[in-house]
Design a protein around this ligand. Structure first.
Ligand code: NAP
Length: 279
């Protein structure tokens, strides 16, 4: 019987890939760990935090990524920069981390996508913030495109306030134009069940050398399919999802993994996703 307990907490928390991915990561690392799903709303955190303290660690999803922060003793540097936590390590203190940035960077690196030059980011939500801050930290020239230019301006201003050297211009998605080393979609456009949707025009897409889509359901969005047909290097979000989970195990246990095992997990996660979402 595993003695150490872990969980993902969110609200509402229905379909989630987390148990499948984390259980496999414990197995691969020969580490002891049970992994559960807890439905906890931000209002319940003050009462449930004692139950959460019984866990060795946990993952946090929407809508608790900011709400958990007042209950933590400390944030690591990246979680503090983002003001967002998706992983907690319990021990002598409750420490908050965010592993999405690491997951994003690893997904690009393992797809041989160099994170430099002119980058277009589409969207202004949580995933866009991750892509934007990381692109700014990497010294990229960034175009942030949204359907609401006001929201793009607010996010760009926020990024510059935290990363003063950030080089960001904003535009409407419909006005996106230019040659980009990387186009990163951070909108749900093209996500199941609206799988025939695409966030940018064919004309804009044709000028992008590399394409990353945060969406992992479906595994290959129309955006990724078209980018590949154009001869661009393109990768979908399943890789990021798995790598951000790997980063949590590095935090909890210092676990390290063979790249072949992670590639296999990404493939198997795609199969599992079909079982979870398309049944
Ligand atoms: P979010 O915080 O809700 O932000 C979504 C963004 O997309 C907003 O800027 C929204 O604009 C924009 N948007 C929504 N519908 C649009 C449309 N029809 N046209 C243009 N823009 C539209 O969501 P998120 O957490 O950033 O997630 C975005 C996507 O990334 C989701 O598909 C999610 O599953 C995926 N994701 C993947 C990973 C991974 O590990 N692979 C991690 C995080 C997220 P408005 O503000 O104007 O509505």
């Amino acid at each position: 019987m595993p003695e150490r307990k872990f969980a993902v907490i969110g609200h509402p928390i229905g379909h989630t890939m987390s148990p499948f991915i984390h259980k496999r990561l414990f197995e691969l690392a020969h580490a002891d760990g049970e992994y559960a799903i807890f439905d906890v709303s931000p209002d319940e955190l003050s009462v449930k935090i004692k139950t959460l303290d019984e866990l060795s660690g946990y993952n946090i999803t929407i809508p608790n990524k900011q709400a958990i922060i007042p209950y933590l003793d400390r944030l690591d540097k990246k979680a503090a920069l983002y003001g967002s936590v998706n992983t907690v390590r319990n021990g002598s203190e409750r420490v908050g981390f965010t592993t999405d940035p690491n997951g994003f960077l690893k997904a690009l690196a393992y797809a041989d996508i160099s994170f430099s030059g002119n980058i277009a980011i589409i969207g202004c939500g949580g995933a866009a913030r991750t892509f934007l801050y990381e692109a700014a930290l990497a010294g990229c020239h960034i175009t942030l495109a949204a359907r609401d230019i006001g929201k793009a301006d607010v996010l760009a201003k926020e990024a510059v306030s935290k990363i003063p050297d950030a080089d960001i211009s904003t535009c409407l998605i419909s006005d996106l134009n230019g040659e980009f080393d990387l186009l990163a979609n951070a909108t749900p456009v093209g996500m199941y069940p609206h799988v025939d949707h695409i966030p940018v025009s064919d004309k804009a897409l044709a000028k992008c050398k590399n394409v990353f889509d945060a969406i992992y359901n479906p595994l290959e969005t129309v955006l990724i399919q078209k980018a590949k047909a154009n001869g661009s290097n393109a990768v979908g979000g399943m890789s990021m999802l798995v790598w951000q989970a790997v980063a949590a195990h590095e935090i909890w246990d210092g676990s390290t993994y063979d790249i072949n095992d992670i590639d296999q997990l990404i493939e198997d996660s795609a199969v599992e996703m079909k079982k979870i979402f398309y049944k």
